[in-house]
Design a protein. Structure first.
Length: 158
């Protein structure tokens, strides 16, 4: 065993020794030269029109009309107190919200669970007249089970 190791070592040295006449390619220089300065394109004086995606001039109106914020009519604001049966809504939608047929516009409301826990949420209009759907964050804040239908009291947020 010892002799085999010695023989293979000597043979390897002899074979590699004959490689001295082989010309290996040299690597290109890694020295970086600074880029040549680029002349700035000549631009005419004065403002230029914005360009669209194709490079053509974009037609921009001079005056932007302001639209007043839409006010919620008093008859669409949720008032009073309602009991609703709610289930878990889309867990991918973040925030504290409840989809319900009680409202036609988004507005704030207070939800109270049977245990007395409360949370302020945004009521969102729901096209269906069935049970309400509550965000996962709101259900966790109320301490109610995520997999069950829960009864909640809905009141206006003050």
């Amino acid at each position: 065993m010892r002799m085999t190791f010695f023989t293979s070592s000597v043979l390897s040295v002899l074979l590699l020794g004959g490689c001295g006449d082989i010309a290996f390619p040299t690597l290109p220089s890694l020295k970086k030269e600074p880029p040549a300065p680029v002349a700035a394109p000549a631009t005419p004086a004065g403002p230029q029109a914005p360009l669209d995606a194709t490079g053509g001039a974009l037609d921009v109106p001079d005056l932007v009309e302001e639209t007043p914020e839409q006010e919620i009519a008093p008859e669409t604001v949720f008032t009073g107190s309602k009991q609703v049966v709610a289930s878990l809504g889309d867990p991918a939608v973040p925030g504290l919200w409840m989809e319900t047929s009680l409202v036609s516009n988004e507005q704030k409301a207070l939800l109270r669970s049977a245990s007395g826990a409360e949370v302020v949420v945004t009521l969102k209009p729901s096209p269906s007249a069935g049970s309400a759907r509550v965000s996962i964050a709101a259900m966790r804040a109320l301490g109610v089970p995520l997999t069950e239908l829960v009864e909640l009291q809905v009141r206006p947020a003050n």
